[in-house]
Write a protein that binds this ligand. Sequence first.
Ligand SMILES: *Cc1c(COP(=O)(O)O)cnc(C)c1O
Length: 445
Amino acid sequence: MSKLALLGGSPIRTQPLPRARSVGPEERAAALRVLDSGVLSQFLGEPHPDFFGGPEVRALEEEFAAAFGVPHGVSTNSATTALETAVAACGIGPGDEVIVTPYTMSASATAILKQSAIPVFADIHPRTYCLDPRSVRERITPQTRAIMAVDIFGQPAHWDELRAIAREHGLKIIEDAAQAAGATYRGARAGTLGDIGVLSLNYHKIIHSGEGGILLMRDQDLCRRSQLIRNHGEVVTEAFGIEDISGIVGTNIRMPELSAAVGREQLKKLPTLYERRSRLGDLLTTKLSGLEGVEPPVLDEGATSTYYGYPIRLDPTTLRVGRATFARALAAEGVPVGEGYVLPIYLQPLYQRRIAFGRDGHPWTCGHYKGTVSYERGLCPVAERMKFRELVIADIGAPPQTEEDIADVARAFEKIVEEQDALCGWERSIAVGEPARDGARTGRG
Ligand SMILES: *Cc1c(COP(=O)(O)O)cnc(C)c1O
């Protein structure tokens, strides 16, 4: 092939990959409709029909439930608060353990802590990066009450096996589908694969309303509990005849009418936005297949992905250059990638020092907790390997990217694999501190 851009050759791309913009005239019209009505939120925190919100919020919830094929939807102001609501609605509280992946956005785990329950981290599968069902089994104790499974990078977790484990042990499953709106698993939609599912409408997600979250569920009781937690539920439990008031310590995490109106328009665009992301990601997988040392994402059988991030494993046993060098060479070709995704969550100071609420180690030290839990380095070796050594993440799915953009991404990977030997020399020179022959840094190429 040709000389690497990092070593002074010409880059594959001179233009950055185009960025998404899915908000247009439809959202503008919806926002104006709400502004003209003058009612920017219609929620009331008292026993009244408006306890359940105004017309846009209620229509949004009905439309999401219908589009995802479940009876109930409940909106919130973010997926973070929706996850907290889900954990509480499932009746999880002090002394309970919830098994969760460490390779996710930090809110999947803090949602558990917020109920004074204990996050127990199981390792991820080395090909799909979602919870490994075998590791989940190993982490089950008498304290385990639920599994929080995340469809990470937009690819559904190993749901058949996870649900089998949950059935066997009488556990609830919460699905964090914040990155997966539109993806499917054996015909069912991500967000509806557990007992209760959560979508995110934050600006960076597949569809958005600025900020926002949606809970999806089949069970009416989980729906009602979620509605109560969202909106000062303790005020209405008596009027609504709620017997089990445990966990109904309400809050205000209500979605404004403006966001709901925008979210409704975005939902209409989801099939198109999803189809494009999914098709471009599948195309990149086809193009990268067979390239030595470069491993495209593997989906569980019967799963489709949004490719919210497109994870690529660089196999250190096959490649002759390290990940950092590879990533630098990619960036020089005009195809920047992220290295490793998030720190495995248990390595955050919060878990290492066990300081959450107060200074005395609550909830780990609270009298209700009868178990022990480890957050030691090495706890989830696959997650640590992916973070520190093996994974890069490309951002490929955002419209208006085209097949041609995807072809460039694939060509950049091929070029680097083919020109590895030249890159090895460069890597050694950097290591021994010689002046870098770095085209990008010196302005050459
Ligand atoms: C973005 C994200 C969240 C949080 O969503 P917000 O709407 O920003 O609160 C939770 N979990 C995962 C996996 C996410 O990617």
